[in-house]
Design a protein around this ligand. Structure first.
Ligand SMILES: Nc1ncnc2c1ncn2[C@@H]1O[C@H](COP(=O)(O)OP(=O)(O)OP(=O)(O)O)[C@@H](O)[C@H]1O
Length: 269
């Protein structure tokens, strides 16, 4: 792996302060992080510590008050289909079909360079990737929450992003659907070799999916407290992992960080 691939996302000295009615609120400070190409990173930390803020900075939806964010050798200057985002509320258009929701994004990115047939093929490939080929013509209000989330992931992947950014993509789903989609995401990421940064609140999700778990301290002025390298070979099987001592140890490390070292002020009091 060359230097550019090792530092595919390169974040140095990033600070984010928000101007509020009560004055300046320092959300993040001293954020240094590199993510290599093909790596799966999760961001975990207590509510309000700044996980979404960091993700939005990488997405280019926010500009840092200090520091530098680089992706694939170029400074992140704003949002780009190179860095596709999947949100918890999937932000899809409910009156359109699954196909149309994905096709909209595909058209936006590729219509200058590709024929209508190619655009259709891209859209169908993305639907197939998330197992929704048969739901092509269904409208969003006709499908379940888990299926909507899959459409959101397909829409993001269809743009062939360099980086997939996910903000609690499975947060609103029931436990079984969530487990199913985590397994699907593992397969998709293995096939597409995507670089992923994902925000989660779920310790098991973080250990199951990640190459590294980035744990943020409590805000204000949150920063990276610890990073755990998850040394579990892939493909990963959730049932086998449940009895794996390394899995349990990683889980313990995250829990210790969250509930001992960074016990939430409200909880610690
Ligand atoms: N636009 C904004 N203006 C002012 N303050 C903000 C803004 N966006 C976020 N913040 C503050 O920055 C801090 C970090 O918010 P952020 O949403 O990144 O946290 P989070 O870790 O993603 O939280 P959660 O897990 O609850 O989603 C919070 O204190 C929040 O109130």
């Amino acid at each position: 792996m060359d230097e550019l691939q090792k530092k595919f996302i390169d974040i140095t000295g990033v600070e984010m302060a928000f101007h509020t009615k009560k004055g300046v609120f320092p959300a993040l400070q001293g954020i240094d992080l590199t993510v290599s190409k093909g790596e799966f990173i999760t961001l975990i930390g207590h509510s309000g510590c700044g996980k979404s803020t960091l993700l939005n900075l990488i997405a280019g939806l926010l500009k840092p008050t200090a520091g530098l964010l680089i992706c694939a050798g170029r400074e992140i200057g704003g949002p780009s289909p190179e860095r596709a985002v999947v949100f918890q509320n999937h932000s899809l258009l409910p009156w359109l079909t699954c196909y149309e929701n994905i096709h909209l994004g595909v058209e936006r990115v590729f219509s200058g360079a590709e024929s209508r047939a190619q655009l259709r093929e891209r859209t169908m490939d993305a639907l197939a990737l998330v197992g929704l080929t048969s739901a092509e013509t269904k409208r969003l209000h006709e499908i379940s929450g888990g299926m909507k989330q899959r459409v959101g992931i397909a829409r993001a992947l269809a743009m062939q992003p360099k980086v997939l950014l996910m903000d609690e993509p499975f947060g609103a789903l029931d436990a079984l659907t969530r487990a199913h989609l985590q397994d699907e995401l593992l397969k998709i990421v293995a096939a597409t070799k995507s670089t992923v940064v994902m925000v989660t609140h779920d310790v098991d999700e973080a250990v199951l999916l990640s190459d590294r778990i980035v744990m943020l301290t409590n805000g204000p002025a949150a920063t990276i407290g610890e990073i755990i390298a998850v040394e579990l070979e892939r493909p990963r099987d959730r049932v086998a992992l449940a009895q794996d001592a390394r899995y349990t140890e990683h889980r313990r490390q995250v829990l210790e960080f969250l509930y001992r070292k960074q016990a939430h002020p409200a909880v610690a009091a």
